[in-house]
Write a protein that binds this ligand. Sequence first.
Ligand code: MN
Length: 245
Amino acid sequence: MGRMRILVSNDDGIFSPGLIALAEAASQFGDVVIFAPDFEQSAVGHAITIQRPLKYHRVKMMKEFEAYRVNGTPADSVAIGLYHLGGADLVLSGINVGSNLGNDIWISGTVAAAKQGVFHGVQAIAFSQEINGEEPTYEQQKIYIAEVIEMLTTGNNPQLVNVNLPIDPKGILWTHQSVRAYSGKVVKSQDPKGRVHYWFSEDPLTEPEQNSDRWAVENGLVSLTPLRLDLTDEDALKKLRDFPD
Ligand code: MN
């Protein structure tokens, strides 16, 4: 394959340091153009904007990269980017500030941006990195990101892969999504004026299974989970067809 046309997006917004880090890692494989939301939209999932028009504008000061900010969601940004470019060979999303493991995959704007690429028939990879309170440099991760892009674009070319990077990576592991019970905790609080408000947060309740995405990252391994668009529960479908009612 010659030089690829690579669209890079994210859900943390156009000025996220992870976006530039991913663009830099990708630039050795092809011509990179950035389309990203103009502000952070983590956990918006695969939302798209249909109640108002979308606009996009060139952003300078993005190192050597041609970059555009979109006044829409992560999925909007990829759709607009593919429209502007007339297609691409690869969509990359991230590097998200924070992991997207297990149930997060259902909520993640980072994964949704990649998924939007697949909706348009373009292979896509989502990248997220765990956080520990320190500013990430991505120095150790860039080598692995390059290895992952190389591997996924020259072999079996799986259409959608969710990649999670540990802070101190020691290797790569193919994993399955860790689906577990979550706390789904709602915390009641109040603002300085005494008005009641709520925070909703989810934390996993059980330990991760071996070789799952969460297990990999907890063990210092870069997690690669191939995802599919068909959400059909094949086992349930078979049972329901074989034994109706
Ligand atoms: Mn995010």
